[in-house]
Design a protein around this ligand. Structure first.
Ligand SMILES: [Mn+2]
Length: 358
């Protein structure tokens, strides 16, 4: 098992690569979507995306896909810092919104996704993490939920405010969309959109040597903003895997989101999926309680025995990358970094302890 760190777009700097290396990480997961650009209620350099009724920020340029040059440069910069770039996390809503919405630009957006995946293969980036969701990460709150009053993320009740036109995945892709709301899709419609997407894209991903890794819904509610969710109970992940047998059909296995779900025992869930060797990479964080009322905690402090999760992953032969996902922020001059360094140190010790036993 390898230790990694996820970095948001504005954090992809030599200083943060050095920080990851210093904290014992060997791998990075990079976000290329600038979630907060032009957003209300967030600064451009926010580092704890939540989701309010106005979403995060503006999606990127629909005409400008990530270029091969950009991807290669990123990989090289990461390697210069002595790290490996394992994955890109999340498509830009500007590039694929009509795949999620089954809108008029679907065919164009499918070509966008295929182009991005081919370029990733060429650039030597092995995994694309994605979240097939109409509302995206919305409805979370921020509070002093973690030990010692540390700010972290949680949920304080359902969130079903309608979604305005021009918005998808909690970002605005069309700033001057006509007034009104996006009609609610059904769960069946959304599953069939995912099925079509996987059937069309997975052959390209396989040929490019890239794995598509699906994040479960965050937060894992049956609906958010009146829109259906796909993976809001642990068993739904099996349905996703069973849609297509391709070895590129993988999971961005978020233990935190899975632990927030109302069904299932988290250790059985980790065992069930890691046995199938379908984990692209793992988000490992701790929580207290379940949706729609839960709180993220320090990694050693929630309801999940993280060391037990690591032991199950090791026993089932998981050899991929584990990242802390989110962490509560600590009271000091560098709240995000201190929180991440704490989580990374804990995970590093857990992994070393298991290696020493074998
Ligand atoms: Mn996650």
């Amino acid at each position: 098992m390898k230790l990694g760190l996820g970095l948001y777009k504005h954090m992809l700097t030599p200083e943060n690569f050095a920080f990851a290396k210093q904290a014992g990480a060997t791998h990075l997961i990079a976000h290329l979507v600038d979630y907060f650009r032009g957003g209300k209620g967030h600064s451009d350099s926010d580092d704890q995306p939540l989701g309010t009724d106005w979403g995060w920020g503006l999606a990127g340029d629909p005409e400008k896909l990530w270029s091969l040059d950009e991807l290669v440069t990123l990989r090289r910069n990461v390697e210069t810092a002595g790290l490996t770039l394992e994955a890109i996390e999340n498509f830009d809503p500007a590039h694929w919104h009509d795949i999620l919405l089954d809108g008029p630009k679907r065919a164009l957006h499918l070509e966008n996704v295929k182009t991005i995946i081919r370029r990733m293969g060429e650039a030597g980036i092995p995994i694309m993490g994605y979240n097939f969701s109409i509302a995206g990460v919305a409805g979370r709150t921020k509070g002093n939920y973690a030990r010692g009053g540390a700010p972290s993320v949680g949920m304080e009740g359902p969130c079903d405010l309608p979604m305005p036109r021009g918005m998808v995945w909690n970002m605005v892709y069309e700033a001057h969309a006509p007034a009104g709301n996006i009609p609610s899709a059904t769960h069946e419609q959304l599953w069939s959109r995912l099925q079509r997407f996987l059937d069309e894209v997975l052959p390209v991903a396989e040929a490019a040597g890239v794995k598509l890794a699906a994040h479960p819904d965050d937060p894992p509610m049956p609906t958010i903003r009146g829109q259906p969710r796909l993976v809001y109970q642990p068993r739904h992940y099996q349905k996703l895997i069973d849609l297509n047998p391709s070895s590129s059909n993988q999971l961005e296995f978020c233990v935190g989101s899975l632990a927030e779900m109302t069904e299932g025992n988290i250790y059985d869930v980790v065992d069930h999926y890691s046995r199938q060797h379908r984990l692209g990479y793992v988000h490992l964080r701790n929580v207290r309680d379940k949706v729609p009322y839960y709180q993220e905690t320090f990694i050693d402090d929630g309801e999940v025995d993280i060391l037990r999760v690591l032991a199950i992953l090791k026993r089932n032969g998981f050899e991929g990358v584990i990242i802390p996902d989110h962490a509560p922020q600590m009271s000091c001059a560098a709240p995000w970094h201190a929180g991440m360094a704490y989580a990374l140190g804990f995970l590093k010790a857990g992994i070393k302890g298991l290696e020493a036993q074998s």
